[in-house]
Design a protein around this ligand. Structure first.
Ligand code: GDP
Ligand code: IMO
Ligand code: MG
Length: 424
């Protein structure tokens, strides 16, 4: 493995990034979550149990790996505490967790505004956010009105910032008919967070530089996928940060040239949680079957995920935007009982054929064009090498590789840590 490996979602999120990070973290010294907040739901199943991680990096299970919540993230220390409690209860050591001073604080008013902004939209216009305050927090970051984790080292400074920011924030809350924020209540919260996390909030850059310069293995953990990217995703149905390999460089403190490998994690079919276009969505028995066999329910919100066939056009776009060096295909086993499997190779939009992904407005009108593949109709969950896979499954994977234009490096055939095939 190269020194710095970025793991990013190649679709709409929930591709299985958590399981890939958990697997690769066994041989890595540092894992950096580079964007997003506790809106993530990264499922990890290993010898310690089953976990749904939200803000804690998925390398936490290796006590020898330093886990960093990076500069590009937004952090709610209340939900972080709940998450830490749920994993320490299962005997996981969490001394190896640190938060960068530059990460932004998700304040209670961010969550309130997230909910109110969603409710103020018509059903069709709703983004379907996780309600964790992500959008309002990143908005404050962009308007230079945020508080950062490092501010917990200087509570007087934090108070000065709040005194300056709250009048405007309270007008926003009032606009939505929400109660005003009280500075003393917020200060009490910041004091509680400072007491619990002061020692964990550090400038991670010297540590990351040292790790890089001494040849340690570093993993960059993305949340969500390119289709929810603020710039390149299905705006406005996106998240408010950049889950791409470009975002990995920005949010971790490792410049683009220092990233050796970019692994695009993709399911062998498609799912999406939340609003916006989703070209291959199935409303029939096949869609139901994918959802029930794949257990496609949100790890953060529990919402049923929209399910559809593999969209090679969207994933090829993802490969271009991210510059993948390799693919990790996940959930091959979910297709074990499908007699026929489809891949979307293009779209019809207004009578015209598209073999590339257009912008959001046109995606809303796109009708998928499919090619059909014969299913393998046998159990792949025990496969541990390429040769163990039925020839129809091999052909299906090779076709994905060809259409996306990127070599496959990993194929997972079940949620457990060892249910993975590593390609030569
Ligand atoms: P993430 O957000 O990208 O980490 O993905 P999620 O954890 O939200 O969703 C992936 C789901 O698929 C989780 O429930 C995983 O346990 C599960 N999963 C991951 N890889 C496989 C696989 O190869 N086969 C099966 N059946 N489930 C998998
Ligand atoms: P992981 O990390 C799937 C979606 C929401 C919504 C949009 C914006 O498991 O991939 P946000 O709360 O970020 O403002 O919501 O992004 N979304 C997710 N979809 N998995 C997630 O987590 C998601 N986190 C956010 O549904 O459309
Ligand atoms: Mg998820």
């Amino acid at each position: 493995m190269s020194n710095v490996v970025s793991i990013v979602g190649a679709q709409w999120g929930d591709e299985g990034k958590g399981r890939m990070i958990d697997y690769l973290a066994q041989s890595s010294q540092v894992v950096i979550r580079f964007q997003g907040g506790d809106n993530a739901g990264h499922t990890v199943i290993n010898d310690k149990g089953k976990f749904a991680l939200h803000i804690i990096p998925s390398g936490i299970f290796n006590p020898d790996t330093m886990n960093i919540v990076g500069a590009g993230t937004v952090v709610n220390f209340d939900t972080m505490s709940e998450e830490l409690a749920s994993i320490t209860k299962k005997g996981v050591e969490v001394d190896n967790l640190f938060i960068d001073v530059r990460a932004h604080l998700i304040m209670p008013y961010h969550r309130l505004l997230d909910g109110a902004q969603e409710r103020s939209k018509s059903e069709k216009a709703q983004i379907g956010t996780t309600g964790r305050g992500i959008g309002p927090c990143y908005s404050d970051k962009a308007t230079r009105s945020g508080l950062r984790a490092g501010d917990l080292h200087d509570l007087e400074f934090a108070r000065t910032r709040l005194e300056m920011l709250l009048p405007q924030k309270n007008r926003e809350l009032a606009f939505y008919g929400l109660p005003e924020a009280d500075i003393e209540e917020l200060m009490a919260l910041l004091e509680k967070w400072a007491a619990a996390y002061r020692d964990k909030i550090i400038d991670t850059l010297p540590v990351v530089r040292d790790a890089y310069e001494t040849g340690q293995k570093i993993l960059l953990e993305g949340q969500l996928g390119v289709m929810r990217d603020l710039d390149w995703g299905i705006y406005p149905y996106t998240t408010s940060s950049s889950p791409t390999s470009g975002g990995a460089a920005v949010g971790s403190g490792l410049g683009p040239r220092r990233i050796d490998e970019i692994i695009g994690v993709t399911k062998v079919y498609s799912t999406s949680v939340g609003g916006g276009p989703f070209m291959t969505e199935l409303f029939d028995e096949d869609g139901e079957k994918l959802r029930s066999i794949g257990k496609e329910f949100g790890a953060t919100t529990g919402r049923p995920r929209r399910c559809g066939w593999f969209d090679a056009v969207a994933t090829e776009f993802s490969c271009w935007i991210n510059g993948f060096t390799a693919l990790a295909l996940t959930k091959l086993d979910v297709l074990d009982t499908f007699e026929t499997i489809k891949i979307c190779t293009g779209y019809m939009i207004g009578g015209e054929y598209y073999n590339h992904l257009p912008e959001t407005a046109l995606q809303e009108l796109a009708k998928p064009v499919y090619e059909e593949h014969k299913g393998w109709m046998s159990d792949t969950t025990g496969a541990r090498s390429w040769d163990d896979l039925p020839k129809e499954a091999q052909a299906y994977c090779r076709r994905i590789e060809e259409l996306v234009g990127c070599p496959i490096k990993y194929i997972s055939v079940g949620p457990e840590r060892d249910q993975i095939i590593i390609m030569d």
